[in-house]
Design a protein around this ligand. Structure first.
Ligand SMILES: [Zn+2]
Length: 124
């Protein structure tokens, strides 16, 4: 759908951003507009459990990105999670973030482990 999402530079930068996450679950996402241009990179901010935090999805990388970049033309978010050794781990956005994305017409993709950092199309 979007050639820029296959750009290894974006994946590399996303990985670097993951490393900066303060959370135990190191997650970051990149926001793209409809032309596939990068609007910005965001890490999650939640310190312990980023998957289902008690305080809601407000500090998820996806939620932060949607709030920040939707007014700037956000169309696609690519999320990545890494383990302690920097390996890519599977990640799905939580229900709240998916709901928000649907509402805004934003597509969320996740970088899957394995050769070539394949992306999984969650919905569009
Ligand atoms: Zn979420």
């Amino acid at each position: 759908m979007c050639a820029a999402t296959d750009n290894p530079t974006i994946i590399q930068r996303l990985h670097k951003k993951c490393c900066q996450s303060p959370s135990q679950y190191r997650i970051a996402c990149v926001a793209l507009n409809k032309k596939g241009e990068v609007l910005g990179y965001t890490t999650n901010k939640f310190r312990k459990d980023n998957i289902r935090p008690l305080i809601g999805s407000g500090l998820h990388a996806e939620a932060i990105s949607m709030a920040k970049y939707f007014p700037l033309g956000l169309k696609t978010l690519i999320i990545m999670r890494i383990g302690l050794s920097g390996n890519i781990l599977p990640i799905d956005p939580c229900e709240d973030c998916q709901k928000m994305a649907r509402k805004l017409g934003v597509t969320i993709q996740s970088v899957m482990p394995g050769v070539g950092a394949k992306k999984k199309q969650l919905f569009s």
